[in-house]
Each structure stands twice: as structure tokens, then as C-alpha cells.
Design a protein around this ligand. Structure first.
Ligand code: ZN
Length: 202
């Protein structure tokens, strides 16, 4: 499966001048919501990811995603794996698990995101699930931005990767493109202004 092709076909691989949540600038942006707006595509991607995870032999009771980005990917993944799905969400910037979701002591939980960049939100979801008794068995995402080492890739993690090194990270593909500090951004130097993805109808 060529995931880059699937993102391109769904107009989910955007080109422009983007201000990322990290404050850095980039010429490209992955809008997973555009890929997942088609449930058939979402199902196909989740089945491929589930296949990879099943091969690893780890036991999963529940998939947990940080909202909002990870929810669709995580829900479809849970369906493919035949397990329960819950989500974590930010309340006053703090990641929490609410809505009556319960976690049994020692419950094997896999964290799922749509895209892992440094894995910050995924790690926060893991920490809160763990504080409720979960045994975190790994991390997963449809796409990897190339900062963290995924299972099956020989590219090492970069120092900015926040995922724990002792747990597996599953993803369908690496999308590596340059990210710039705002004062070193060549697009800014060319005179354009970075904007937040989503703020101009994308
Ligand atoms: Zn810029």
C-alpha cells in the first residue's frame, strides 16, 4: 500500500507555508482528517496497521487515542483489532480520561494517533492511562513524521522523539519533510507569512 499516494489522492498532503503547533514552519502539512473523511479509506488504512501490529504478537485489550486527531484512526484500529476503544482529551491543557471510561489494573493499552511527530500528545495519553492502571504495550499511528523510529524501519529516533524507546511504535509510513525555525525559514525569507493549517479552509 502506498500511503503517500493515498494522502495525495485525498488532498491530505498540503503544500503551502504552515505554522505548526510546535511553532516551527514547514512547506508541507498532513491533514489526516481529509484521508479519514472516507470511511472505506480509514478502514483500509486501519486494517493494514492492525496487520502489522498483530504480526508483532503483542496483546492488546484496548486502544486509546488522544483527541481530537487520533480518535478516528484509533476507533478504526480498535475495530480492526477487535478490541475496545477509549480516548483521552485535554481539559485546561491537561490530558485527561473522562466520560466514564474505566481502565482495569494491568489492562494492555495501545496508544493510537493519526500522525506522530514527536509523540508528545501520545505520551501524555499514555501517562494518564498508566496512572489509571493501564499497562502501555506500544504506540501506533497511520503516518510517522520521521522523528521516532517505527517498527520495521532502520531509521533511528531523533533526539526530539518523546516516545519511550523500550516500547514498539507502529506506523504505515514515514513522511519526512523539512521543518524550519521561524527565524531560519526560507519561505519567510521569500516574503510569505506562515499560517496555521485549517485557518484558511484547509
Ligand atoms: Zn516561514
Amino acid at each position: 500500500m502506498n500511503i503517500e499516494e493515498i494522502y495525495k489522492e485525498a488532498n491530505a498532503l498540503l503544500e503551502g507555508h504552515f505554522l505548526l503547533s510546535s511553532g516551527k514552519h514547514s512547506k508541507f502539512y498532513l491533514q489526516s482528517a481529509k484521508v479519514l473523511e472516507n470511511p472505506k479509506t480509514a478502514e483500509k488504512l486501519a486494517m493494514a496497521l492492525a496487520g502489522q501490529i498483530k504480526k508483532s504478537g503483542i496483546t492488546i485489550d484496548t486502544v486509546c487515542s488522544p483527541a481530537l486527531g487520533g480518535v478516528l484512526a484509533g476507533y478504526e484500529l480498535a475495530r480492526s483489532l477487535g478490541v475496545r476503544f477509549i480516548f483521552a482529551e485535554r481539559v485546561d491543557k491537561k490530558m485527561t480520561i473522562r466520560r466514564g471510561f474505566e481502565i482495569k489494573k494491568g489492562e494492555n493499552i495501545l496508544i493510537c494517533e493519526d500522525i506522530i511527530t514527536t509523540g508528545g500528545s501520545a505520551l501524555e495519553a499514555a501517562v494518564v492511562a498508566q496512572s489509571m492502571g493501564a499497562n502501555i504495550v506500544g504506540f501506533s499511528a497511520l503516518a510517522n513524521r520521521g522523528f521516532c523510529k517505527r517498527v520495521g524501519s532502520d531509521k533511528e529516533s531523533k533526539p526530539t522523539c518523546k516516545l519511550p524507546k523500550n516500547l514498539p511504535f507502529f506506523a504505515l509510513a514515514d513522511f519526512e519533510f523539512d521543518i524550519y525555525e521561524s527565524d531560519e525559514c526560507p519561505l519567510c525569507k521569500d516574503g510569505s507569512t506562515a499560517y496555521k493549517p485549517g485557518s484558511r479552509g484547509n
